[in-house]
Design a protein around this ligand. Structure first.
Ligand code: LCS
Length: 401
């Protein structure tokens, strides 16, 4: 990895994690094998004892997976990374590794629905408590911290309300209370934000999104800062078993090569679309980190180098108007997920954030009329034309609200 250290970020996207392989391929081969042959019984024992370097079984380690993990660790500025079968596998493996019965978690009120549901339903069975607060207000985190708080967990920007948490302030609060600060960096990707620079202890991603970028893989990753954490996390992942497979790793690694230029286009398009929506007569409000109307616009400038591809907005006509737009958009596909090259539109209250329940949604600011756009890399004119056509279909009586 070290020869890439001095490269610029976009060059690292192309070259990180690539080793020398037999026959000299320029990309890592797909080692589509579940298991690896030992040279002898003694060699097998040495591998299991950790006295020899090598591969045993793909759930434990695989060269294709390792190549992708090393690339992402390098892009995030971490020590090592652990490829998981999904973003949720990464999140649950992280929580199970770090928490025990009696511990407490402070989590953003606005997070991907199943992350909140995991804490509420699965981890609560093991007597792990959680408090959900507006982590974009640092005082709220401070008020929620208790002597048994072990983790402060945030998404920034958060899914789906695009709330921005001051990462440096949250990290300081966590460390003052001997808790770990964990950041889900899915919405930004390492091309735009490196939470380790602001004090994060662990960075997670759903690689299903921008890292892979092509809407053809479900995967996740945990990036850690040192060997002690890596080894703890690897042991748990090995027991829980939610590892990524070699083919998906290959696809993610391929996607990474264009991460930098994709993110650049996502940002350019989303900025223009957010400004277009903010000035549209049918739109009540727009949340995008690149709009000065964002309450934490200044904090965003401090911690990310681009404003990303995710926009939320509410129409004056509320849910009914939103439904009209979603049903009439053609280029913007009506689908959940995000971060791919194609523009997607969806309704969090009835889709991605349904399991959170109405009360938790209300408290997180996920209004019934909120529409979420994952802006793709198409020509921005085509995306705006598509939205304009769909917005035109809103009946006159629903234009005001
Ligand atoms: N973290 C964030 C911020 C996410 O947006 C998602 C998925 C996850 C974690 C979980 O990752 P997965 O297991 O799906 O790879 N977000 C989704 C969304 O907003 N729509 O569909 C999935």
């Amino acid at each position: 990895m070290s020869h890439n250290k001095n490269l610029q970020f976009d060059s690292k996207c192309v070259h990180s994690g690539i080793n020398d392989y037999e026959f000299g391929p320029v990309v890592p081969p797909i080692y589509q094998t579940s298991t690896f042959k030992f040279e002898s019984a003694e060699h097998g024992v040495a591998l299991f004892k950790g006295e020899a370097e090598g591969y045993i079984y793909t759930r434990m380690k695989n060269p294709t997976i390792e190549a992708m993990e090393n690339a992402i660790a390098e892009l995030e500025g971490g020590y090592k990374a652990l490829g998981c079968a999904s973003g949720m596998a990464a999140i649950s493996t992280m929580f199970v590794t770090l928490l025990q019965s009696g511990d407490h978690v402070v989590c953003s009120k606005s997070v991907y629905g199943p992350t909140m549901t995991l804490l509420h339903t699965v981890l609560s069975k093991f007597k792990i408590e959680s408090t959900f607060v507006d982590t974009d207000i640092a005082e709220e985190i401070e008020r929620a911290v208790k002597p048994n708080t072990k983790i402060i967990y945030v998404e920034s920007p958060a899914n789906p309300v695009i709330a921005i948490t001051d990462l440096e302030a949250a990290a300081k609060l966590a460390h003052k209370n001997k808790a770990l600060f964990i950041v889900d960096n899915t919405f930004m990707s390492p091309a735009l934000q490196n939470p380790f620079m602001f004090g994060a202890d662990i960075v997670l991603h759903s690689m299903t999104k921008f890292l892979n970028g092509h809407a053809d893989v479900v995967a996740g990753i945990i990036v850690v800062k040192d060997e002690e954490m890596y080894s703890k996390m690897r042991k748990t992942l090995n027991q829980l078993g939610g590892v990524i497979d070699p083919f998906n790793s290959f696809l993610v690694h391929r996607g990474l090569k264009t991460l930098s230029i994709r993110m650049q286009r996502h940002c350019e398009n989303a900025q223009l679309i957010a400004e277009y929506l903010e000035n549209h007569p049918t739109v009540k409000w727009v949340r995008y980190p690149g709009l000065k109307s964002h309450p934490n616009y200044q904090i965003g400038l401090k911690q990310h180098s681009g404003h990303g591809g995710m926009i939320s907005f509410e129409l004056k006509g509320g849910f009914n108007a939103g439904e009209t737009v979603m049903n009439n958009a053609k280029l913007c596909k009506l689908a959940v997920s995000l971060g791919g090259v194609e523009t997607l539109i969806q309704h969090p209250a009835s889709m991605t954030h349904l399991t959170m329940g109405e009360e938790a949604r209300k408290s997180a600011g996920i209004t019934e009329g909120l529409v979420r756009l994952s802006v793709g890399i198409e020509n921005v004119k085509d995306i705006i034309d598509d939205l304009e056509n769909a917005l035109k279909k809103i009946p006159e009586k629903e234009m005001v609200g």
